[in-house]
Design a protein around this ligand. Structure first.
Ligand SMILES: Cc1cc2nc3c(=O)[nH]c(=O)nc-3n(C[C@H](O)[C@H](O)[C@H](O)COP(=O)(O)OP(=O)(O)OC[C@H]3O[C@@H](n4cnc5c(N)ncnc54)[C@H](O)[C@@H]3O)c2cc1C
Length: 241
């Protein structure tokens, strides 16, 4: 969106194609480090971004996921599900998407208790136990948010300790709602229609806890997998955690 505002101000002929408006910002809850906005949130900041686009008459099309870019002589063909666009230049600013665990049950139970967005879904799981997979800032942030609603918050991390901001680690270690499983490798998410449990290997033993939701917070990967033309310095495949 920032690139599009610059392009519009330069009177370049272009179209901004976007799967959604707001990207990761739209998924954020409280935002307190964006200069000029001492306290805001993802939804409000996204609304400001859209206003900024519209003030600059940025031509954009949302709900359009780019699926491939091909070279055609001196031009590029940018393909989405239903359309294709010919252009001389492509600017890719496609950000990141959540890294997946790649374990059984993750895809099947997605949106049935498996989620990558605590901001969006934590309030849905009131007075029930939930699990957070991960042990960094994002996982702790999700755990703290979930603790406002859930009856119990299990944190399952592959690492020997939590890693992140000290104040979050202190709150979680002291809080009676939290139970952290360290050195635990997540194996499977189970449930017939909705999430019922999560199992993991801890010290060579399989353990299972009953939960209604699994929040996966193990980092993110670039969402530029549609671009096969540009050399990249890191593989885009997801890593298991
Ligand atoms: C939960 C959460 C909380 C955060 N909190 C903060 C915070 O408090 N302060 C802070 O500074 N930062 C925060 N961040 C990080 C911040 O949101 C990101 O750094 C920022 O959004 C990155 O912007 P971006 O435009 O590079 O990428 P993104 O926000 O990822 O946007 C990329 C856009 O590209 C689109 N896209 C992707 N693939 C395609 C495709 N194939 N075709 C078409 N469109 C596509 C996406 O739909 C999206 O609209 C947070 C992130 C998250 C997830």
């Amino acid at each position: 969106m920032a690139a599009a505002v610059y392009a519009a101000r330069q009177k370049i002929s272009f179209l901004m194609l976007a799967k959604d408006i707001g990207g990761q910002t739209a998924l954020s809850s409280d935002i307190e480090n964006y200069l000029g906005f001492a306290h805001t949130n993802g939804a409000d900041l996204t609304a400001e971004f859209v206003k900024h686009l519209e003030d600059n008459k940025v031509p954009y099309s949302t709900g359009e996921e780019v699926t491939g870019i091909e070279k055609k002589n001196a031009a590029f063909i940018v393909r989405t599900k239903d359309k294709s666009y010919e252009t001389s230049t492509v600017l890719i600013a496609s950000g990141k998407k959540p890294r997946k665990l790649d374990i059984p049950g993750e895809d099947r139970l997605y949106a049935h208790g498996v989620t990558y967005c605590a901001t969006c879904e934590a309030p849905l799981f009131k007075d029930v136990p939930v699990a957070i997979v991960g042990g960094g800032n994002a996982a702790m942030d999700a755990a703290l948010l979930c603790s406002n609603y859930a009856s119990k918050v299990y944190i399952i991390t592959i690492n020997p300790d939590l890693m992140g901001e000290q104040n979050m680690m202190d709150t979680i270690r002291k809080g009676s709602k939290f139970q952290v499983f360290y050195n635990a490798k997540t194996l499977e998410i189970s449930g017939s229609r909705n999430v019922e449990s999560i199992s993991f290997d801890i010290g060579g033993q399989k353990k299972q806890v009953g939960v209604k939701a699994v929040f996966i917070e193990i980092g993110s990967v670039p969402s530029a997998d549609f671009d096969k033309l540009t050399e990249k310095n890191a593989p885009l495949k997801s890593r298991s955690a």
